[in-house]
Design a protein around this ligand. Sequence first.
Ligand SMILES: Cc1cc2nc3c(=O)[nH]c(=O)nc-3n(C[C@H](O)[C@H](O)[C@H](O)COP(=O)(O)O)c2cc1C
Length: 258
Amino acid sequence: MSTTIYYFTGTGNSLKVAKDLSSELEEVKLVQISKNNIEDISSDLSEKIGIVFPVYFLGLPTIVKSFLEKIQINKNAYIFAVATFGSGSGISIKQIENILNKKGAKLSASFGIAMPGSYQVMYPPYSEEKQQQLFKKEEEEILKIAPIIKNNQVVNKNGNLIVNTIGGFIYKSFKPNDKDENFWTDDKCNGCGTCSKICPANNIKIVEGKPKWKHNCELCVGCMQWCPQQSIQYKKNTVKRGRYHHPDIKVMELFQNH
Ligand SMILES: Cc1cc2nc3c(=O)[nH]c(=O)nc-3n(C[C@H](O)[C@H](O)[C@H](O)COP(=O)(O)O)c2cc1C
């Protein structure tokens, strides 16, 4: 049975999960959700479809939400979702369920995998030790999840009223587009263009050797996290902070064709 796994990622956590999962399943096509291809993917008639994504502000990244709203799918497909997050999946799974239900399809199984938190705008990177613990746990989780997906098992998770109420409220405040006006580069920027090459929102243009953000941001913070010079800052919050990206993912895996 053919499977397509769609993933969105900023620091590589969700790509790592998507890759690990595909190596446990058969005949998987991995497709990144990005500004580049969102217009091109209008339908997917696979019998098994997976969505792997990071949780943002307790919900879905806006591009993942638009993608799911737009795509036409086989209503009888086995659809699974894997959320990666620092502390919890919030309302993201409920959001997916609602979107699919409106299309007459349903979410057959959902999973959550804790990974190092990527929002260094608010907190420092996790310690090396904590990261290693999470990476080990992630590999164990994949081995539990893969057979469930292989066997088309249905996994129902009951929503939590408190999380849904608070999550809905917090998610409403998630307006990433213009947040990119808070990014700036310090003197270390050498105009290498890595930020522009990896931006899944095609939101960064190099102008006179420096990145310019175009206010169509997903707030994945990939630009800041993957900058080889660590020269991209968010307000003053990140000046003295380290950076994080998944150590098993190579920056080239995130390069876009724009
Ligand atoms: C803008 C932003 C908001 C985030 N909000 C949450 C959140 O509400 N809850 C949570 O548990 N993790 C949150 N995180 C952490 C990410 O969900 C987590 O690190 C994820 O694994 C990152 O995956 P990626 O590397 O594929 O982008 C947030 C990260 C970012 C960049």
